[in-house]
Design a protein around this ligand. Sequence first.
Ligand code: APR
Length: 270
Amino acid sequence: MSASELVTGDGPIVFLTGAGISAESGIPTFRGAEGYWRVGSRNYQPTEMATAEAFARMPEEVWRWYLFRRGVCRAAAPNAAHLALVAVEQRLGERFLLVTQNVDGLHLRAGSSPARTYQIHGNLDFCRCSGGCGPAVRPLPAALPVDWGKERSPTDAELAALRCECGRWLRPHVLWFDESYDEPLYRYLSATRAAGAAAALIVVGTSGATTLPARMCETVVARGAPFIVVDPEPTVFSEMAERSPRGQFRRGSASAILPSLIEELGRPPI
Ligand code: APR
């Protein structure tokens, strides 16, 4: 059944993306062979670096790792899958919504609108005061070079730039493992509501390891709404799709599958 035959209801068409959509742009996923949670930093367990506890204990070491990751992301370019989402947003307008777990910033760089892109795990190009000073989310200081080698240590001037006016450390604007989703910073309620109203949920390149995406998928499947999963490998979400009457598992890479799937969506009746 084509996507346009499957997606017949009113409400937003919601896309949910994970690291897999950026894999073909050269950014490692998290749990793949060369994934960040497999490789991590020289001295520490991967996931250990992504905690508020580690940041409190060793802010400079955590910053070094995030600045390295930001450099990797900034060196990458959006691929055909990112661009296909920009095209469908232009066509669907108000009915389009993108919820991404990716902190790589590639969706926004491709041209997806900030208004309809919920970055539920944050964005590596932004930071916040670790003490909570306003404005909450701000761009990384320009004094920090984008190209950051894995073993590079910040200079004194760069360390100074990583301080808020209040004197406390700035911290990366990313959701850490020992932190919770919220609405102001991570659009938790907005993403949850979107799943409750979605005419369809199209999931691209995520293994389903985190709670909010899992809850979104469970909500859509429980509502009996169309649920399409794109991934080269079976995942917990693809199994959910194969078990649900209006679910589809489109096995393949994001850049191979998504443009044609979006093409299908474009055909009447939508
Ligand atoms: N196209 C589509 N999907 C792909 C591709 C590709 N070219 N290459 C890999 N994938 C799939 C993998 O098969 C896997 O299912 O992308 C998924 C990547 O899964 P993870 O590495 O677990 O990344 P993700 O699901 O985004 O992780 C979710 O976990 O640790 C947190 O904050 C982190 O945002 C991240 C979240």
